[in-house]
Design a protein around this ligand. Structure first.
Ligand code: ADP
Ligand code: MG
Length: 260
């Protein structure tokens, strides 16, 4: 399988804090890869470096073999790296379908226009993206009145408008109820399957991670301490120590899995 993303010796230090410390991994086309780890492990810092928001202290990020380490976020985004934001970024005053239309206009380099025909531009295509995320029946509702889970699905539709071949999702299900979390990840997994895109995501809910990720990496204090399938990660004693030893955030369920 083709390698889409490769991270080599990536580090970010904030003074004495080694937020990310010599991280190495790669992501193949069509892969759904999870990065897990306790709060403060360095996950968001890692994501921000891949998206160009933060300059690494050292190391490099390669997109399909091209070094993108010091490129601006917009340039990286134009190369096909999409992201969904932890803080939902939609225009609340517009309808659901208009939000998707604006994203399509931007993708097609059209300046958003308030002229009378603007509401027709890309409407059919926008409805298609809404169908992909199961929101076509909410197309004409105002984004401001959407339930939180629906906003996150809208955000995913908007990210897809730019036809990314890599999606970075930092806690896409933060603030969602457990059922909604599973639904969003199921949807993401089906999009990965149908479109052959690659996804790297972080997530606190271990049911979501173990249920959907093809492969899992564990970050602790800036360092990658394990990588493997759900079964391998579950049975990894070092990982169990990190999650269980310090009593941080996670407890072991009766089935032997690690739950939030
Ligand atoms: P995670 O996303 O895994 O919870 P973060 O990447 O947000 O972890 O944070 C990793 C570490 O880096 C934490 O100790 C955090 O306090 C520190 N950190 C993150 N951003 C900054 C910053 N801008 N300045 C100083 N320290 C930071
Ligand atoms: Mg984070």
């Amino acid at each position: 399988m083709t390698e889409v993303l490769r991270v080599e010796h990536l580090s970010k230090h904030f003074g004495a804090i080694k937020a990310v410390d010599d991280v190495n991994f790669s992501l193949k086309q069509g892969e759904l890869l999870a990065m897990i780890g306790p709060n403060g492990a360095g996950k968001s810092t890692c994501f921000n470096m891949m998206m160009g928001q933060l300059k690494p202290t050292s190391g490099a990020v390669f997109l399909r073999g091209e070094n993108i380490t010091r490129l601006a976020p917009r340039v990286i985004w134009r190369k096909g790296v999409g992201r969904t934001f932890q803080i939902t970024a939609t225009y609340q005053s517009m309808t659901v379908v208009e939000n998707v239309q604006v994203a399509l206009m931007s993708h097609n380099h059209r300046i958003f226009s308030f002229r009378p025909y603007a509401h027709k531009l890309f409407r059919d295509q926008a409805l298609g993206f809404l169908e992909t995320v199961g929101m076509q029946d909410q197309a004409d509702r105002h984004a401001a009145v959407l339930a939180y889970g629906d906003l996150k699905r809208l955000e995913l539709a908007i990210a897809l408008c730019h036809e990314p071949d890599l999606l970075l999702m930092d806690e896409p299900t933060a603030g969602m109820a457990p059922k909604e979390r599973l639904a969003l990840m199921q949807l993401t997994a089906s999009i990965v399957r149908d479109r052959g895109i690659s996804v790297l995501f972080t997530e606190h809910d271990m049911d979501v991670v173990f249920g959907h990720a093809h492969r899992i990496m564990v970050l602790n204090r800036g360092r990658l301490i394990a990588e493997g399938t759900a079964a391998e990660i579950r049975n990894n004693t070092h990982v169990q120590e990190v999650y269980l030893g310090g009593g941080q955030l996670y407890k072991k369920s009766e089935e032997g899995s690690i739950n939030a």
